[in-house]
Design a protein around this ligand. Structure first.
Ligand code: PLP
Length: 393
């Protein structure tokens, strides 16, 4: 049977593919270290688990409004006021089944066939696929490594056509860990206002910043940008709640309303129990979130210094998220491999260390290492990578 055209060019997520391969080797009894994970390795904080358990016992296990329970929307509105001094009303919020589904639904309601969305590369793997599933066209703009993988206003302006509807800004970024400064965002925002294009601001890693830099949202920079920005966020990364599947979008009421209608015909609502858990996450203390951030910070410092000891590897230190994205093309070539993808495959086979090749993120010279694993595992992984490189020189 011929499947629909829209899925014929769909590529499976490269991050999930490497995780599957690593799991397979593990089941065969190999001592695999997986640095492919896109999720914190900590347990969800206890007070959140208790809230979910209470919700179940209280019978809060039924359908909820499609756009989420009012209490959670209120908590998100308060969070935006507190964190960014932004004033949203609850009809400008939708709670979704993870941030991924917020993005998916957004592109479905925004794009017509041929509408273009500018996607700075390196990009999170799902952006281009989700845009294509909405019959839109992803326009990939390669950010330069010497500019910390951030696009410039000039690059953005050159890529705008009469079909451009939006640009995605993901700061802190997966996979690079880089963050845009306020000035950089302002300059990019000016171009968006001038050309009347929307900013899809994916802020899922906002709580994971390891420098004095503040997380700035495009929406807080001006009235015009507030109106032209759709913020995407969620509790997956901040509260170690990836499996609970709670994300959200904030933006103009007409867009949020269309997304809510769409959700009413697809998911009906995000899981009721998870919504109560997310409510506890936002109403409760931030102590656990801070502890997790501190642990990530230590790991970043350690892994970054170990990586630089590997011959040929260059890597600017990221400021956020939980990934390093070193350029290993020279190292791979010196080891006798034509591509970084081949180098990654051989590393997994020989030393049982799983990394994600940068090709899936639109940057084939790099690899992504996640430090969402213990410091002991990170040290052992770094040792193995170094040994692998030395053995192949
Ligand atoms: N946006 C980025 C940049 C991500 O890295 C991820 C998850 O890996 C998501 C969105 C989706 O998050 P969620 O688990 O809430 O769907």
């Amino acid at each position: 049977m011929e499947l629909a055209k829209r899925v014929q060019t769909l590529t499976p997520s490269s991050t999930l593919a490497i995780t599957a391969k690593a799991k397979e080797l593990k089941t065969e009894g190999h001592d695999v270290i997986g640095l492919g994970a896109g999720e914190p390795d900590f347990n969800t904080p206890d007070h959140i688990i208790t809230a979910a358990s209470n919700a179940m016992e209280e019978g809060l296990t039924k359908y909820t409004p499609s756009g989420g329970i009012l209490d959670l929307k209120d908590a998100i509105v308060s969070k935006m006021k507190e964190d960014h001094n932004l004033s949203y009303s609850t009809d400008e919020v939708i709670v979704t089944t993870g941030a991924k589904h917020a993005l998916f639904t957004l592109f479905q309601v925004l794009l017509n066939k041929g509408d273009e969305v500018i996607v700075p590369a390196p990009y999170w793997v799902s952006y281009p696929e989700q845009i294509k599933l909405a019959e839109g066209t992803p326009v990939i703009v390669k950010a330069k490594e010497e500019n910390q993988f951030k696009i410039t206003p000039a690059q953005l302006e050159e890529s705008i056509t009469k079909h451009t509807k939006a640009v995605i800004i993901n700061s802190p970024s997966n996979p690079t860990g880089m963050i845009y400064s306020e000035d950089e965002l302002r300059a990019i925002g000016e171009v968006c206002v001038k050309h009347d294009i929307l900013v899809v601001s994916d802020e899922i890693y906002e709580k994971l910043i390891y420098s004095d830099d503040q997380h700035i949202s495009m929406a807080q920079l001006s009235e015009a940008l507030f109106n032209q920005t759709i913020i995407i966020n969620g509790v997956s990364k901040s509260h170690s709640m990836t499996g609970w599947r709670i994300g959200y979008a904030l933006g103009r009421a007409e867009i949020i309303k269309a997304m809510t209608n769409m959700a009413s015909h697809s998911t009906s609502n995000p899981t009721s129990i998870s919504q109560y858990a997310a409510l506890a996450a936002y109403r409760g203390s931030n102590e656990e979130v801070d502890k997790m951030r501190q642990a990530f910070h230590k790991r970043l410092d350690a892994l970054h210094s170990w990586l630089l000891e590997i011959p040929g590897v260059s890597c600017e230190k990221p400021k956020g998220a939980f990934y390093l994205f070193p350029n290993v093309l020279e190292t791979a070539r010196n080891c006798g491999f034509e591509t970084v993808d081949d180098w990654v495959t051989a590393l997994l086979e020989e030393e049982k260390v799983a990394l994600v090749p940068g090709s899936g993120f639109g940057s084939p010279e790099n690899v992504r290492l996640s430090y969402a694993t213990s410091i002991e595992q990170l040290e052992e992984a770094a040792k193995r990578i170094k040994r692998f490189v030395e053995n192949h020189q």
